[in-house]
Design a protein around this ligand. Structure first.
Ligand code: F6P
Length: 369
């Protein structure tokens, strides 16, 4: 699509993250200030692809008034889904089975028919891969990097991550005193999919004694040794933070539900497993706390809020400059634009030589290796 922009659509896809509403507010305000109209698509692309679910409209006008005062709110006023990939849309059949359908042409036809000149797609790896495919099919698209996991490449950080880390850190702070009072091992499981960013950052900031991340296959005997060492020094409690995607050297990743059409596998359960094992190995009382979706809820921190507002406004500037197929990225001190092609399908893991990890080692943190 070429020509002047008159109307843009915004959608939010994948797991929610604190800051989504701030992106929407900034993008809508910046668009309206340019004389453009903005509409929001409900629940990823479901608002267009499953219209029967939305008696009040699957695509809603986003006016200046509609987005007033929402920057500090968690979640997304548009709703989201991680089961609505238009290229692999799950279509239920009469016999109860589900068929993988490519509905991307329908989506593009909708945009053309309703005079939507461009899309701002706010999402993580899955949503930005979809955005890139839509761009390749001719749609003007700008992506905005969202995820608490911080696993998107080519941006210093994603919005949502700081809020998740801040909350996990506060939880660790609180667990120190109760773990110490009861001389317990406390295992704290955090989200993050296949990357250990949340576990590493919160673990260090919150003073955890062991940190298990997907990037380092762990040997639980090393963690048990750390617990015994602390006990021998009279520090009778240990906090272990474990990323949901962490895996023992000869073990398997803990999966709660396998991947389905248009939906990735669901991780979880590693915390419980290692709490039981550490209890057996050390003879200590070991408990697990799974932070799960608490990491995704609540208000964005000021860092995430500001990043999200900057991303939303930069996305509109990108469209104004005629860019498409790009993602807004944080490249301190400014934002810049990177090609979606360079981001789609890539994961930013914790580099094993990064200084944050080395800081953990210098502080005596056990990584299970
Ligand atoms: O990508 C964000 C995230 O919260 C991951 O950390 C987690 O593995 C996943 O989403 C959980 O997704 P759901 O809410 O579908 O269980």
């Amino acid at each position: 699509m070429t020509g002047p922009i008159r109307r843009i659509a915004i959608n939010t896809g994948g797991g929610d993250a604190p800051g989504l509403n701030a992106v929407i507010r900034a993008a809508v305000t910046a668009a309206v200030n340019r004389g453009w109209e903005a509409v929001g698509i409900r629940d990823g692309f479901n608002g267009i692809l499953l219209p029967e679910r939305y008696p009040n409209g699957g695509v809603v006008p986003l006016t200046r008034d509609r987005v007033r005062g929402i920057s500090h709110l968690g979640g997304t006023i548009l709703g989201t889904t991680n089961k609505g990939n238009p290229f692999h849309f799950p279509t239920p059949q009469r016999d109860g089975s589900v068929v993988d359908t490519d509905r991307s042409d329908e989506l593009l036809a909708y945009f053309r028919h309703h005079g939507i000149d461009a899309l701002i797609s706010v999402g993580g790896d899955g949503s930005l891969t979809i955005a890139n495919e839509l761009h390749r099919k001719g749609l003007r698209v700008v992506g905005v990097p969202k995820t608490i996991d911080n696993d998107l490449d080519k941006t210093f950080t994603t919005f949502g991550f700081d809020t998740a880390v801040s909350f996990a850190t506060e939880c660790l702070d609180r667990l120190h005193s109760t773990a110490e009072s009861h001389q317990r091992v406390m295992v704290v499981e955090v989200m993050g999919r296949y990357a250990g960013w949340i576990a590493l950052h919160a673990g260090i900031a919150g003073g955890a004694h062991a940190c298990l991340i997907p990037e380092i296959a762990f040997d639980l005997e090393k963690v048990a040794a750390k617990i015994r060492e602390r006990d021998a020094e009279g520090r009778m409690y240990t906090l272990v933070v474990v990323a949901e995607g962490a895996q023992a050297r000869h073990g398997q990743r803990a999966v709660l539900a396998p991947a389905e059409i248009g939906h990735a596998e669901r991780l979880g359960g590693i915390g419980e497993q290692i709490a039981v094992e550490l209890g057996h190995m050390t003879g200590k009382d070991a408990r697990v706390v799974v932070l799960g979706h608490l990491l995704r809820g609540g208000s964005p921190t000021s860092f995430d809020r500001l990043a999200a507002l900057r991303f939303g406004s930069a996305a509109v500037r990108a469209l104004e400059e005629g860019l498409s197929g790009v993602m807004v990225a944080l490249a301190f001190p400014n934002v810049n634009y990177v090609s979606l092609e360079e981001v789609a399908g890539r994961m930013k893991a914790v580099p094993l030589d990064c200084d944050t990890l080395q800081t953990g080692r210098d502080l005596g943190m056990c990584f299970g290796d």
